[in-house]
Write a protein that binds this ligand. Structure first.
Ligand code: ZN
Length: 260
């Protein structure tokens, strides 16, 4: 593969099949066995590694990249980030040992502490969507989000809430956590979307797809989302609203999760 100062992700993934993303069906999978499809050398000991399947969630959909390691017989790669392009996930990090070859078997292992925190933060984000929609009288579109460390937020396309409204948002979120509702993940075809997604932001600008993955907090909202979530709202622990700041076209709601 090409070696250069700047490696282009399109070159890394070009011509490869879409990566099987194990977390889509099982967010709790911490480890998997995979096959190496391509290795791309970057500067020094930096490498891009593409596999047939992965447990690593790449940076996308407001969820930060997982970290962890990929270990083979003669090498290990400390994964600093995972990126996605054209449905293919590339793992980027520092290698020690010999470069693996296409066809080699490897084990992917997540930094689980970080991932589990991200799962709690992402579910907390959907809980806040529900709380904000209750306070504003309907679903509010989002402009962006970061459901992960070091600082979690959701950017909403609405006017800045008052202190009183922020207090209500946090109270409603806490109620949803203490109700310990099951977080349901299911798959629907586009024709079923209208009847199965509800109280969800951004439905008016959903990209076309043959199948949608819905994440539902029963009775609160059902949102098209490809991220990783905890199985019950109680696992979030607690949601703390840290504040709201004005943004162009809306406001940023900063939050974090706490242990009960
Ligand atoms: Zn989501």
């Amino acid at each position: 593969m090409r070696r250069g100062r700047l490696t282009c992700i399109v070159d890394v993934v070009g011509g490869l099949p879409r990566t099987e993303r194990i977390y889509i069906r099982d967010s709790y999978a911490r480890e998997c066995r995979s096959e190496v499809l391509r290795v791309v050398r970057d500067r020094g000991a930096k490498r891009y590694l593409v596999l047939d399947r992965t447990v690593f969630h790449p940076l996308e959909g407001g969820q930060p990249s997982d970290r962890g390691e990929i270990v083979g017989e003669r090498f290990s790669l400390t994964v600093k980030k995972a990126l996605s392009s054209a449905g293919v996930v590339a793992h980027y990090g520092t290698i020690s040992g010999e470069d693996p070859q296409p066809g080699d078997a490897v084990t992917c292992r997540l930094d689980w502490e970080r991932r589990y925190l991200i799962m709690r933060l992402h579910t907390a984000g959907h809980i806040l969507d529900a709380a904000v929609s209750e306070v504003f009288g309907g679903p509010v579109n989002t402009l962006g989000a970061n459901h992960g460390p070091p600082e979690a937020h959701v950017d909403y396309a609405a006017r800045l809430p008052s202190e009183d409204e922020l207090g209500r948002i946090e109270r409603i979120a806490s109620e949803i956590v203490s109700d310990d509702l099951q977080v349901r993940v299911r798959f629907v075809v586009p024709e079923e979307l209208e009847s199965s997604a509800y109280n969800a932001p951004n439905l008016d600008r959903l990209p076309e797809a043959p199948v949608y993955r819905l994440v539902e907090i029963p009775g609160r909202n059902s949102i098209p989302c490809t991220g990783t979530h905890v199985a019950r709202t109680g696992e979030v622990g607690g949601v703390r609203v840290l504040g709201a700041t004005p943004l162009r076209g809306g406001f940023r709601l900063s939050y974090w999760v706490t242990r009960p």
